[in-house]
Structures are given as C-alpha cells and as structure tokens.
Design a protein around this ligand. Structure first.
Ligand code: ARG
Length: 429
C-alpha cells in the first residue's frame, strides 16, 4: 500500500522512524494489527481508515462506555465495522469506573486547580488499561489513540500503556498528521467516510462521562468573553432554573455515597440521578483556567452537576467527623492525589499510599448530608453523623451551660500563647 513515510496526501510523515526516541512509539514496520480507541467522531473515524491505508494494517476498534450521556454505542460500532474494522468491541465500564476511579476521587475530595473534578483524567487510565486488555485479546501489536500533541490525554494514555504493557507500541496519528478539520472532512469525502452531524464544525471540543463534561476551544478561548449559551448542553443556566428550591439528602457509608433521599442506590445510578437533579437546578457550571501538564494554560468550561453535589456533601461530612488536625492535614494529601490523577501518573505507587490514608480517614465518614439545590447553588443545610466529633452537651453554647469548662480556658491561653509572648518581648526589646 502507500509509502509509510508519507502522509496520504503525499507530504512527508512528521514522525519518520529515525525520529522515534521513546521506548513505546511504533516503528512503521512494527505495525501489523492495531487496537484503535474509537469514539465514532471525526478524528478517530479518519484514523480508522488512514491506519489501514498507511500501514497496511488491520484495525480492531474499542469503544468504552463510561456513562457519557446520549451516546448510541450501536451506531458507533456500526460505523467502525463500515470503515473496515476487523471487530468493534463496546465495553460497558461504568461500574468499574464508578467503583475504582470515581469513588477513590470522592474519598480524596479530588479537584484540580480548585474546580475541576477530573472526570477526563480519571477516565483515561481506565480506557488505556482496557485498550491493553483488548489489544492482547485480539493479538494487536500497537495501540492507536486520537489525542493531539497539546493536551494532557496523550500523557495519561501513553503513560498507562507504557506502564502496563511494555511489549505494546503506540501510534498517535492526530499528533503527527497535518490535517485540520477541513482536511479531515476532505479526506472523508475522498474515501467515502460519512461525517456524523454533517460538515459543520462542532463549535467546541467535548469530552464527557458520568462524572462530568468539558468544552474547550473556539469562542471559549477568548478569555474576555462569557461562555456562549450553546456551550451548555447538560446543565440548565442558573437564571433559567426553577424558582422553587429542592432539598435532597445523601447518605454516606465510610465515604461512599449510598442513598439518595433514603433510597439505596448503586453508585452509577446514584450519580445519574444527581446529574439530573443538578442539571435541572443549574448546579455545577465551572469556568476554569487550567495549567496543563504540557505547559499550556487553557480555559475549560465544565458541567459537573453530580460531582459538585457529591463533593460538597462529602467534604462537609468529613469535616464533621475528623479532628482539627486531620482537617488541616488531609487537604494537602487530597491536593497531591488530585495532581497525580491530573498529571497522568495514575499507576504511581504514591497514589496507592495516599489511597491507604484516604481509606483510613473515610472509615469514619458515615452519616447524612442535606443539600438545597437552587439556581446554580448546592448548599449544605443539615448534617448528621454517629461519628461526629461534636457534642451538643459538651459544646453547649449557652453562656452558663455545657460540660465545657470555661474556667479552664485562661490556663489554656496562658500556655498556648507562651512562646509567642516571649518572642514578642525579645523582638521588641
Ligand atoms: N482539561 C481537562 C483535562 O485535561 C479536560 C480535557 C478534555 N479532553 C478532551 N480531549 N477534550 O483533563
């Protein structure tokens, strides 16, 4: 078939073999059967065709269901087969994602940069782990993904593959080819590839799963502009949310959200219900300036209704059951956990170390949190826990009452302030 060192349009490949510097990038001669991470979108559809043409290789497609709303996986699969895939595996990984990626993130109150609950960052290592499994199952030598060279996702996927499967190689055609959207559409025309949703450019680059949705690019890049209305495909803009507030109650057992308004639910269903509730009330819109690991600063618009509610509730309950020392210390480790997840180092042993700490703290995080949803806000209004480090009799804030010994306070102040007073005197001698 075509010369492996040229693009389909005849231009030279930007990654000829002699420029391969890593242990895991595929030399064109090594590419025989490719496991392609396939979304059904334009990039990966062009890739499905292009890989067969460029490498004379076979392609097995893999599509992973992480609970992205409104996705028709039968359509995606049909498209892959039409484009010549040997097979298209559609894997429902919602339970695994919720249990082993989202739940640890809840226990670690995981947010990056103050507002991003990491849904994409949590999804990528699982997607890449499944790519490894299915590549092995189908006898593939190479994994292909559709990430660009400017984002975090390439790091998360390739670091995972290189860690879990040193025998497998990676190709990332979108990183090397010179096709922009127009050229890709042209490529589709030439090769009879149907372009989903027509040839109108979708205004934004979207990624989503059960824990949230992101939009990037186009008008969002203008930091001086408020996001256009058409960004919000999930959450109702707060000003259009119902005038009636809604109260909900979440039950936690050892850090895990287990029930909504008294009804016990599995984690996937619970998150789906919270997504609907948050969307209705305009909860979870985050306009975020973010430091990518590859050095760029970008703006993301996030719609994260379920994460906003769950994390607010979890943090509140944790604060109630932990001591002041734990409450001061844990956010530092939470931040470290979030950074590792964001930065594509999911398999780093430090995360396991941190998880052990998170698990231990979360043994106490059992109780109920009530939240009021109203026009973009999720406000904690009630909290209770059998493990609360809170004793109404002891604290008894009436002037006279309570078991708290107010007589003991002056002695405490005498000693508590001792060093500070001495130092003050020394410095003002
Ligand atoms: N900024 C987020 C992150 O780095 C979201 C990225 C979304 N990915 C995408 N391919 N659109 O995790």
């Amino acid at each position: 078939m075509s010369d492996p060192n040229t693009q389909p349009d005849g231009s030279p490949d930007q990654s000829p073999a002699e420029f391969i510097t890593t242990s895991y990038e595929a030399h064109p001669d090594q590419v025989g059967r490719v496991l392609l991470l396939y979304s059904g979108g334009l990039d990966t559809s062009v890739m499905l065709h292009w890989i067969q043409a460029k490498y004379n290789a076979e392609v097995v497609a893999l599509t992973v269901n992480l609970g992205q709303p409104k996705e028709d996986f039968d359509v995606v699969k049909g498209k892959a087969i039409d484009l010549g895939a040997l097979a298209c595996e559609v894997v429902d990984a919602r339970e695994e994602f919720a249990e082993h990626y989202v739940l640890p993130a809840i226990k670690a109150n995981a947010q990056y940069g103050g507002g991003y609950p990491l849904f994409t960052a949590l999804g990528r290592p699982l997607i890449a782990k499944l790519a490894v499994e299915y590549a092995r199952k189908h006898g593939c030598d190479t994994i292909a993904h559709g990430c660009t060279g400017k984002g975090n996702d390439q790091v998360r996927i390739e670091a995972t593959v290189a860690t879990l499967a040193p025998e497998l190689k990676v190709i990332a055609p979108v990183r090397n080819w010179r096709m922009g959207r127009q050229e890709e559409i042209e490529y589709c025309r030439e090769h009879g590839i149907p372009v989903a949703g027509g040839t109108e450019a979708p205004p934004y680059s979207i990624d989503d799963n059960m824990w949230g949705r992101s939009s990037e690019g186009k008008s969002i890049e203008d930091l001086n502009s408020a996001p256009e209305d058409d960004v919000f495909q999930l959450v109702t803009p707060p000003e259009r949310a119902p005038d009636q507030a809604e109260e909900i109650e979440l039950d936690f057992e050892q850090g895990r959200p287990v029930a909504l308004n008294g009804e016990h639910l599995g984690l996937v269903e619970l998150l789906e219900r919270l997504t609907d509730l948050g969307c209705k009330h305009g909860v979870g819109i985050v306009d975020h300036i973010e430091d990518r690991i590859v050095g760029l600063k970008v703006r993301d618009i996030y719609e994260v209704p379920a994460a906003t509610i769950v994390l607010a509730a979890h943090k509140e309950l944790e604060k109630l059951v932990c001591t002041s020392h734990q409450n001061l210390f844990k956010p530092q480790l939470d931040g470290q956990w979030a950074f590792l997840a964001y930065a594509g180092l999911w398999w780093e042993p430090l995360r396991e170390d941190l998880d052990a700490y998170m698990e231990n703290v979360n043994k106490q995080v059992t109780g109920k949190i009530a939240i009021k949803l109203y026009k973009g806000n999720a406000t904690v209004i009630r909290r209770s826990s059998p493990n609360a480090v809170y004793d109404q009799d002891l604290a008894g804030f009436s002037e006279s009452g309570g078991l708290f010994s107010q007589q003991a306070s002056p002695g405490f102040i005498e000693l508590w302030s001792l060093q500070s007073r001495m130092a003050y005197r020394v410095r003002n001698r």
